[in-house]
Write a protein that binds this ligand. Structure first.
Ligand SMILES: NC(=O)c1ccc[n+]([C@@H]2O[C@H](COP(=O)([O-])OP(=O)(O)OC[C@H]3O[C@@H](n4cnc5c(N)ncnc54)[C@H](O)[C@@H]3O)[C@@H](O)[C@H]2O)c1
Ligand SMILES: O=P(O)(O)OC[C@@H](O)[C@@H](O)[C@H](O)[C@H](O)CO
Length: 456
């Protein structure tokens, strides 16, 4: 009979001392940052304590198997299974005492996070969105006690920094790993704004260095079938395996005052100017994902691989990529190779990446994946049909076409999308950027494009 993964049974390596902390224990973190750490030559010195966002389920499942899990690297020609050992402790997000206790350890050096775009609780133009009830609740909590049980990511970081300062510990690095440009600065600003509302301002820059990074590895949600396949292939019960693609990229920019694992020895790159890497990835990969999520699901497709096999979607992808590529400061040959590689990654028939998963939180994603290209194209007098198609398909999605709406801002954007199309288009453009509804030719082109998106 199969037994669960366990260190006592000889699975994985012994637990490493904890010097890394992570918020947002999900699949991507386990396929990416935890995997880089696991393979670093100094992995034996760098254990991670990871916290879920709020729900305890994954922490419980991983706790029962000593933090070990199987990483299934799924290429078009088959799977490769390996056990990742870098998680030394796992906790439910609500365990605030445990969260603070790690910040009070002098040896803690790096805090990473994957909390989704919506988890940054920031305004579209930057800065903390203090109108949110969860942010307001954190302001109250942290005013009462600087280390109180905050619930937002910014609040938890600030409470951690306050605990660290009170314990007299040295500064560390905070490394957000979500698909946002300048993610280090975005979270720094959010934490800083929260600190201003709670009288803790000086603490932020004294205690932390905010590192920006570009992350890439397509990692879908795990299915029961994946769990069964891992059990059959490894002879071990694993309640929480992660399936990911062979490709991986991590580019970082910023200081690590208390050190870090030798991630550069296993493929991570440290650069001074991260902007070209961010733009290439967010526009070409994530922008294309959003196109397929809305336009592809409206055509009846369920996964990225299905959508990219449809010649119509392929043509739309090429149009979007040509528009976006023309604004990237990278050699033409490199961009052509990147696009070619993306097609192969998207077409991987063994990665079942659901369009519905990618479609979530479009209100947070389109401003960083699509709008920069739209604005650059309009500034040079072009009417970018590729970018317009993505926005049109998103509007169709909010009006009921394709994947179901799951958006942190659904209560605002779904009502804006209802009623006669020209007004809905104007309202949604205004939501994304108050300047855009004044661009009448754009409003007209987007209305025409949105009319062609099928709604039920
Ligand atoms: N999956 C990918 O292919 C991929 C690739 C690159 C980057 N990312 C980034 O990683 C993020 C997570 O993706 P995933 O595949 O791990 O998803 P997931 O659903 O497996 O995990 C998400 C984790 O984030 C936590 N979380 C969500 N909202 C939070 C909040 N407000 N505060 C704190 N924690 C919160 C959840 O509790 C969970 O632990 C994405 O939103 C994206 O920004 C994902
Ligand atoms: O993870 P999200 O929700 O930000 O976006 C969905 C996908 O576009 C994204 O996860 C990509 O698969 C990933 O960014 C590839 O590295």
């Amino acid at each position: 009979m199969s037994t669960s993964l366990s260190r006592a049974a000889g699975d994985g390596r012994p637990q490493a001392p904890i010097r890394l902390l992570h918020l947002g224990l999900g699949n991507f973190f386990r396929a990416h940052q935890a995997w880089y750490t696991d393979r670093a030559p100094d992995a034996n010195h760098w254990g991670i304590a990871a916290f879920t966002g709020r729900r305890p389920g994954l922490a419980d499942a991983l706790w029962a198997q000593d933090g070990l899990y199987t990483l299934v690297t799924r290429g078009a020609r088959g799977d490769r299974n390996s056990v990742v050992s870098s998680l030394a402790a796992v906790h439910p997000g609500g365990d605030h005492e445990a969260w603070l206790s790690y910040w009070q350890r002098p040896e803690l050096a790096v805090v990473t996070m994957t909390v989704t775009e919506a988890g940054y609780t920031s305004l579209p133009g930057g800065g903390l969105d203090v109108s949110r009830p969860d942010v307001q609740a954190d302001i109250e909590t942290l005013r009462k006690s600087p280390t109180g049980p905050a619930s937002t990511a910014a609040g938890r970081l600030l409470a951690g920094l306050a605990a660290r300062q009170a314990a007299g510990c040295p500064p560390l690095a905070i490394v957000p790993c979500d698909n946002l440009p300048g993610n280090g600065e975005v979270i720094r600003q959010a934490v800083h704004d929260l600190a201003e509302h709670t009288g803790l301002t000086e603490l932020v820059d004294q205690q932390a260095s905010f590192v920006t990074c570009m992350v890439d590895r397509i990692t879908p949600a795990t299915t029961d079938q994946d769990r069964e396949a891992v059990g059959e292939a490894t002879g071990r019960i694993d309640a929480a395996p992660v399936v990911t693609e062979p490709f991986s990229e991590w580019v970082l920019s910023g200081d690590f005052p208390a050190g870090r694992p030798r991630w550069e020895d296993v493929g991570a790159r440290f650069v001074d100017d991260i902007i070209p890497y961010e733009q290439r990835k967010l526009w070409l990969l994530n922008g294309a994902h959003s196109l397929l999520a809305y336009a592809g699901s409206a055509l009846g497709h369920t996964t990225v691989a299905e959508a990219v096999a449809d010649p119509c979607c392929r043509e739309w992808l090429d149009q979007w990529w040509s528009e976006a590529s023309s604004h990237l400061p990278l050699p033409t040959r490199d961009l052509a190779d990147y696009r070619e590689a993306l097609l192969g990654r998207f077409a991987n028939p063994c990665i079942r990446h659901l369009l519905a998963q990618i479609a979530a939180d479009g209100s947070q994603k389109l401003p960083v994946r699509v709008l920069p290209v739209l604005r650059l194209e309009r500034a040079r007098g072009a009417m970018p049909q590729g970018a317009i198609r993505i926005l049109a398909a998103w509007i169709g999605h909010l009006r009921g076409a394709g994947a179901p709406v799951q958006d942190a801002r659904a209560a605002e954007v779904v009502p804006l999308a209802q009623g006669p199309l020209p007004e809905a288009v104007r309202r949604l453009l205004g939501y994304l950027d108050p300047q855009l509804p004044f661009d009448s030719p754009l409003v007209a082109a987007l209305t025409t494009a949105a009319e062609s998106v099928t709604t039920p």
